[in-house]
Design a protein around this ligand. Structure first.
Ligand code: ADP
Ligand code: NA
Length: 330
């Protein structure tokens, strides 16, 4: 196709996404539909590298797909599907795994961090080969661009190395993907600890805005956000991380830019800013929550959308897998 192919995915590992996922990823995914050919996946195969409860995984998978849709992912303009519905992902991962060095995989810092925490017996081979499955996800679709956070850069490098290795051994097969951080994407921080990234794995819940939370809870968390002892509403990440985070969120959920918001609140107090921000966040998330609720209320329609997406994805993935199998000698 003429448009660059984009691949991205999130793990179904909680019932609700948070505002960091929304402003840092989903908003860009939706925007990319204007200029690219995007493939958006619910990566449930990756999710079982952490111990999961089957019923929770099933529910979280559907809920995550519904959150993609509620945010504006359009199943006609995007290829939206659940990873386990397309077996080519695991099949290509096997082939790529046979081309991945043990030492090379051992150097992945995310694996090193996690395996240190889990210990030798608690660390699975699946966790070890996770980046190989991620390489398969990306390479199956001839992906050119992978919107990622910093923590995934090393995995993208591995993907590129595997693509180059396969191509040099068997002939041009895979497109060389590139990771990129979309320009508009905001890094959102914890409201109680504004130098730590907002994350589902935060120690405390108080600084985390969940997209599906009750609006009253959302407003209360924003009004209790940590700021500083000055009075000036000014964007300065180093000196004023709390206020800067609130300004990033405000710009992200509204049509305004940070300088416009700074100008509007010049000479006004933090309380005013927080009150208006709480309203703006709730106003932005209300239609999202309503659409989410509608989608979950009609499971047959959601299944139809995901089956349609899996069909589109499989058509593309199977073509690539067929070429790979042929080159390998199957
Ligand atoms: P978490 O950190 O909560 O575990 P994930 O690692 O599952 O989130 O990230 C899913 C997507 O959301 C990725 O694209 C990631 O870059 C983005 N993301 C996660 N947290 C933030 C954040 N605080 N600010 C901006 N983007 C974020
Ligand atoms: Na804006």
């Amino acid at each position: 196709s003429a448009r660059p192919i984009v691949f991205s995915g999130m793990q179904p590992s909680s019932a609700s996404l948070h505002l960091g996922n929304y402003l840092g990823a989903l908003v860009n995914w939706v925007a990319l539909q204007e200029t690219t050919d995007p493939v958006y996946c619910v990566v449930d195969l990756h999710a079982i590298t952490s111990q999961q409860d089957p019923e929770a995984l099933r529910a979280d998978t559907r809920a995550l797909a519904a959150q993609y849709l509620a945010a504006g992912v359009d199943p006609e303009r995007s290829t939206l599907f659940v990873q386990s519905h397309v077996p080519a992902h695991t099949e290509l991962a096997w082939v790529l795994g046979t081309m991945t060095g043990f030492g090379e995989a051992s150097r992945m810092t995310q694996f090193k961090d996690k395996s240190q925490r889990f210990g030798t017996e608690g660390t699975t081979v699946g966790l070890f080969t996770y980046p190989v499955l991620m390489a398969a996800d990306i390479l199956l679709y001839s992906t050119e661009l992978v919107p990622v956070g910093d923590d995934q850069r090393q995995h993208i490098e591995l993907t590129r190395d595997l693509a180059a290795r396969f191509n040099s051994r068997y002939g041009e097969t895979f497109v060389m993907p590139e990771g990129f951080i979309p320009e508009a994407s905001a890094r959102i921080y914890d409201l109680q600890d504004p130098t730590s990234k907002m994350s589902k794995s935060a120690a405390s819940d108080a600084g985390l805005i969940r997209l599906l939370d009750d609006p009253k809870i959302t407003a209360k968390k924003i009004k209790s956000a940590v700021t500083d002892t000055e009075r000036e509403i000014r964007y300065d990440v180093a000196a004023k991380p709390g206020i800067s985070n609130l300004l990033d969120i405000f710009a992200g959920v509204s049509e305004r830019t940070i300088p416009e918001i700074e100008a509007e609140y010049a000479g006004r107090g933090y309380g005013d800013l927080k009150k208006d921000l709480a309203e703006a966040v709730v106003e932005r998330l209300t239609p999202f929550r309503e659409r989410f609720t509608e989608l979950l209320a009609d499971p047959a329609e959601l299944d139809r959308i995901l089956a349609h997406g899996a069909e589109k994805a499989a058509e593309r993935a199977d073509r690539m897998l067929g070429t790979v199998y042929d080159r390998v000698g199957f």
